[in-house]
Write a protein that binds this ligand. Structure first.
Ligand code: DSN
Length: 422
């Protein structure tokens, strides 16, 4: 693939242009299974790289600290209206730079340093910003953490309730980054109500599934919905906070001026386009296809003897415990990468190994579904994973190269959105 799509960049900085072109080739030729990644459309890419980049606009539409907002206000208002319509919320703030700042804004809105907050432990499938110790949210606040049951790999709602009632946190987070099962927002809502906590659903991973009707919505159950925009939602890298009208002021004030300065208007434009795309019937079909593919892939992996946390998946994500295959997650992930299959190594619940060298890998189907792969392809994908993990165990580089060629063949028949054709 050439850098000629970007003639100005190529002329000014050929070195950098070559890196971008190489990344395009890599994304085109490899099978991307990282469940938090996706491919944005060409329209989202175009919207995200515009002269909106040049404008400062601290404040909100109609209430800015800089002049010249005639067009920026329209862009942001459009993104906000589309978010409200798509998710059925009273209020949306589309300015958070990404998921972590969005979650930090929630703390600023509803808690004071030292307050107790509660979320799922990171190694159990939560997120750093849900009060985990190494994050500011776990050092500036007192984080208490729930997990999953050792027997089932599922959230034990009775245990969550008991912890919440014992600790009385100011904020409870539900949602996470390695949860293969449906989140029961109603159960969390009843726990938060009993404990007197603000309930936040961090739906970053499943926002696109919610928008497409392939996962129940937290709206109506929780106080605040936090999400990134670049995972299953298929937008640019950014985030949104959504809430009922009663929390709107607190959320807006926390994002700006509480935490951030000027919003990234070029990203807001990309978010607006992604939200428009996500409101189309084709996106509903996409969201359901992501889940169907994940279920088919999980079944094909189980057939090949893999251990999956919780025994399978309800959503876009599969967490594989490779202990029984005798290959640590990191070694498997690196071998898969050499085979053209891009995953991330990941802790599994109760992992005896360290996060930088854990027992599992985390995979998902948002990206391959964006390329048009269907359930009929999942046995092939599972077979590649199985062969690559076996090859990792025996350091069989030839086998990995063979898989890489097979992967590239299938990928060339299924071009990714937003990437130039080879
Ligand atoms: N880094 C994201 C993920 O991969 O799930 C979460 O922030």
């Amino acid at each position: 693939m050439s850098a000629s799509r970007r003639p100005a960049l190529l002329a000014t900085d050929p070195e950098l242009a070559s890196f971008v072109a190489a990344e395009e080739s890599l994304q085109a030729e490899t099978l991307r299974l990282i469940p938090s990644e996706n491919y944005v459309s060409a329209a989202v890419l175009e919207a995200s790289g515009t002269v909106l980049q040049n404008k400062y606009s601290e404040g909100y539409p109609g209430r800015r600290y800089y002049e010249g907002q005639q067009n920026i206000d329209r862009v942001e208002a459009l993104a906000v209206e589309r978010a409200k319509g798509l998710f059925g919320v009273d209020h949306a703030n589309v300015q958070p730079y990404s998921g972590s700042p969005a979650n930090l804004a929630v703390y600023l809105a509803f808690a004071k340093p030292g307050d107790t907050v509660m979320g799922m432990a990171l190694p159990m499938g939560g997120h750093l910003t849900h009060g985990w110790g190494v994050s500011a949210t776990g050092s500036w606040f007192r984080g208490v953490q729930y997990g999953v049951s050792a027997d089932t790999g599922l959230i034990d709602y009775d245990a969550v309730r008991a912890l919440a009632l014992a600790e009385r946190p100011k904020i409870i987070f539900c949602g996470g980054t390695a949860l293969p099962r449906t989140i029961d927002f109603a159960a969390f809502a009843s726990i938060a109500k009993e404990a007197g906590a603000v309930l936040v659903a961090d739906v970053a991973h499943i926002a696109g599934l919610i928008a497409g009707g392939a996962h129940p919505s937290p709206v109506g159950h929780v106080d605040v919905v936090s999400t990134t925009t670049h995972k299953t939602l298929r937008g640019p890298r950014g985030a949104m906070l959504m809430c009922r009208e009663e929390h709107a002021k607190a959320i807006d004030k926390a994002v700006f001026p509480g935490l951030q300065g000027g919003p990234h208007n070029q990203t807001t434009a990309g978010i607006a386009v992604a939200l428009h795309e996500a409101a189309q019937p084709s996106f509903t079909a996409y969201a359901h296809a992501v889940v169907a593919n994940a279920k088919a892939l999980a079944a094909a992996l189980l057939e090949r003897g893999f251990d999956l946390v919780s025994g399978g998946t309800d959503n876009h994500l599969i967490l594989m415990d490779l202990t029984s295959r005798g290959v640590p997650g990191k070694i498997a992930a690196k071998a898969l990468d050499r085979a053209g299959i891009v995953v991330n190594y990941n802790t599994v619940p109760f992992d005896p190994r360290k996060p930088f060298d854990p027992s599992g890998i985390r995979i998902g189907t948002p990206s391959l579904t964006s390329r048009g792969l269907g359930v009929e392809h999942m046995p092939v994908v599972a077979e590649w994973i199985s062969r690559a993990v076996d090859a990792a165990a025996t350091s069989d580089e030839q086998a990995l190269s063979g898989i890489r060629a097979e992967v590239a063949d299938l990928m060339s028949a299924h071009p990714a959105p937003g990437l130039p054709l080879a």
